[in-house]
Structures are given as C-alpha cells and as structure tokens.
Ligand binder design. Sequence first.
Ligand code: SAM
Length: 247
Amino acid sequence: MSVYGHDRTPRINKHPFREGYDLPLGRDLLLDGKELLAALHDEVIAVGFFDPQYRGILDRQHYGNEGERQRRRVELPQMSTETIASFLAELGRVLIPSGHLFLWLDKFHLCEGTAPWFEGLPLTVVDLVTWDKGKIGMGYRTRRTAEYLLVLQKEPCRAKGAWTRHDIPDVWHEKATAEAHLRHAHPKPIELQRALLLSTTSPGEVVVDPAAGSFSVLEAIKGTNRDFLGCDLVTGTTEVGPRKRGA
Ligand SMILES: C[S@@+](CC[C@H](N)C(=O)[O-])C[C@H]1O[C@@H](n2cnc3c(N)ncnc32)[C@H](O)[C@@H]1O
C-alpha cells in the first residue's frame, strides 16, 4: 500500500494576514521577508520556499576574477545565521500542519549540518532533492554543477494526503536558462519548483517565498491556480509595506 495519497484537503484562507495588514498576492514585492512573514497569521500557508543569501561561500573562499557575476552576487544582502534562524522560526509558525518547507542549501551547509537551525521548531527534515544544473562551462571553482534542496515538513509528519506526486526523482536535471541568469545570480529551477508545489498544495492555497530573488517561484506558480506571496529586499519591483489597512 502506498503512503502517498491524492486526497489532499485544501486549506484556503481568504485573508491570511493579521488584523490590520494586507499585502497583494501574485506580485514581486519589494520588502523585507521578515516583515512579510510577520504580517501573516499562524498556520495559513500551505508551502514555503526559502533560498537564503548564504554568507558561507564568501567567508570561506577566495574568488578568482569572475567579474560582473561575482560583483552582483556580493551586492546581494547576505543573511547571518541568526537571520536565517529567524526566517525559519517564522516559516515554522505560518505553515499549516503537515505543510512543507523547501529550503535551498549550499554545499557547505549540507556538509556541516543544519540540525541546530530546527531545534525547538515544529519542522522535520523528510527528504533531500539534488538539482543537477548540467554543464556550466568556465568558473568551475565557484559555479557548482549541483545544488541541494532540503524538504522539511511541519508536524505532524505524514505523506498520505500531503504529498501527492511520487514521480519526482531525488536527482532532478534542469538547466537554469540564460535569461534567468540575466535576472539574478542564483536562479532556481522553475520546473522542479512547479512539480514540488503541485505535489504539496491544492488549488487556491498560498505558497510563500520571502527571499525570492528572480521570483522563480512566482514563475513556477503561473497557471497552476495557486496563489503566490513573495518578496525580495533588492529585486522586488512592487513597492508596498505591510501597512495597516486604511492607514
Ligand atoms: C539566493 S537568492 C534567491 C534566489 C531565488 N530563489 C531565485 O530562484 O531567483 C537570495 C535573495 O535573498 C534576498 N534577501 C536577502 N535578505 C533579505 C531579506 N531580509 N528579505 C528579503 N529578501 C532578502 C537577496 O536580495 C537575494 O535576492
């Protein structure tokens, strides 16, 4: 008997925002992700994607001359361990029971371990997906051919009714497009993110991405009948604060 099921009960919250707050869905908001998460009620979000701007690689490596691409990466605001922990705590709070969090990891954090980040949080690691980006040419020291996506689930952990697709391999081959690289230094694979959010949400549910970069999750969600709530401190273009309604 399979542990997977197709009987997922949708959790649709018409207004996921705390009293007095409002933010537009389906937009690329220019906003601090912590403000976006703080505006949300507990347990209103079906799925979160979180792709922190890690400091680790910059702290550990001396780069060669990568020019423009490296300059753009350094310019993006990096996240301290404390900042990442505070995003994770908020994501743990806003996810619905058995909702999923997809956390992008770099190689260093994969090796060093992330367990301390989840201590005391209602989140458990349930899987890992490797993204094989294919051949990527020059710059081998800093351009990884693979990236890693940790799959976490809010308690209670269960697959039946929470994960409806079982054709997603644990190594996913997808090339990031040249167009995506022009938009951002770290674009993530749209087809993989679409497969994952389709597997773990029902139509009408909300997917959150509080550090959205090129807004690849917004792209992935298009045409799926799910709602997107996401922002970036630098790359968002829709200026809006989590203002009190009517203020
Ligand atoms: C690794 S990138 C995300 C890439 C994205 N997943 C994609 O597919 O394009 C991390 C992003 O976090 C943003 N960022 C850093 N601190 C932030 C904050 N406090 N709130 C929102 N975004 C933040 C950076 O500007 C950067 O674009």
